[in-house]
Design a protein around this ligand. Structure first.
Ligand code: BJW
Ligand code: ZN
Length: 241
């Protein structure tokens, strides 16, 4: 297999998805057939779902908070930390995962594209999102101290916009012109959810080299120059030269 070359002329954008956390024991989305306790993920991860049954949504995210707190980063996360230590500002990690495992492993240049499981915001007022590990497993709905409105997890749900500052940070990394060669590596993601699934095309438009590391073929596999089929915790630690 051709190695992934990370030399002093390379800048590397990594996109991770649920598959990278799978080996830590965090369930993937499509692996649950897109269902949680028989509810379609869209029903518990959308503004409409929250409107219809906020207590159910808090039960879902409480279970996720408890699950993510009880697991540890795996060798896939650790390989990304080593690449960042080697590349410095020529490295950026865009993650769709909200579990915080990349930061816990030691990654620093991280864009949490889909938000953070351990942050809460108000659905009604503009107060700043805040760190929060509390759980509401019986399905009660926490209230905002500022306006009395409903609190919600600080997650990007279906139909919601990603933070413009996050998209700008990723876009600027892709188009940066400083004589470096752009490499993009996506790992553990089904390529089904946008705009993350379109990053491979943005990178190709900027003439970058593209790699997919995934356990099975993804919805956008044919858009990548290289596809390495396998588990991220096994492939990532041995991929780079
Ligand atoms: C392993 C492994 C191992 C397992 N090693 N691999 C263009 C076209 C069509 C639709 C749209 C479009 N643009 C926007 C949309 C709508 C929508 C969308 O994409 N829908 C699709 C389902 C079609 N996108 C949005 O709504 C986004 N917002 C937006 O675009 O705003 C503007 C707009 C709004 C409305 C209309 C048009 C524009 C927001 C998307 C936010 C997604 N949020 C979620 C849920 C909340 C997070 C949470 O609670 O955790 O984020 S969805 C869910 O999917 C979650 C994930 O981050 C995301 C991606 O999933 P991921 O990570 O790829 O996981 P899986 O499970 O799908 O795949 C895991 C893969 O790993 C598998 O392939 C396994 O084989 C593999 N694997 N073990 C390596 N050990
Ligand atoms: Zn409020």
């Amino acid at each position: 297999m051709e190695p992934l070359v990370l030399d002093s002329r390379t800048r590397l954008l990594v996109l991770t998805g649920a598959g990278v956390s799978a080996e830590s024991g965090v369930p993937t989305f499509r692996g649950m057939n897109g269902l949680w306790e028989n509810h379609p993920v869209e029903a518990v991860a959308s503004p409409e779902g929250f409107q219809a049954d906020p207590a159910l949504v808090w039960r879902f995210y409480s279970q996720r908070r408890s699950g993510a707190s009880s697991v540890m980063p795996n060798p896939g996360h650790e390989a990304l930390v080593r690449w960042e230590q080697h590349l410095g500002d020529r490295f950026l990690l865009a993650t769709q995962n909200v579990d915080g495992l990349h930061s816990r492993a030691g990654s620093q240049r991280v864009v949490d594209m889909h938000g953070n499981l351990f942050r809460t915001k108000c659905a009604d007022c503009r107060r700043e999102p805040f760190d929060d590990t509390s759980v509401h497993p019986s399905g009660t709905v926490p209230k905002c101290d500022h306006c009395g409105g409903r609190l919600r997890p600080d997650i990007v749900w279906f139909g919601e916009m990603l933070a413009p500052s996050d998209l700008t940070r990723i876009g600027e990394f892709i188009t940066r012109k400083n004589g470096t060669r752009l490499v993009f590596l996506a790992a553990g993601t089904s390529g089904a959810v946008w705009p993350a699934a379109g990053l491979v095309d943005e990178v190709r438009a900027a003439r970058g080299d593209t790699w997919l590391i995934n356990f099975e073929s993804a919805a956008n596999t044919e858009r990548f120059h290289h596809f390495v089929q396998g588990r991220s915790g096994e492939v990532l630690p041995t991929l780079a030269k």
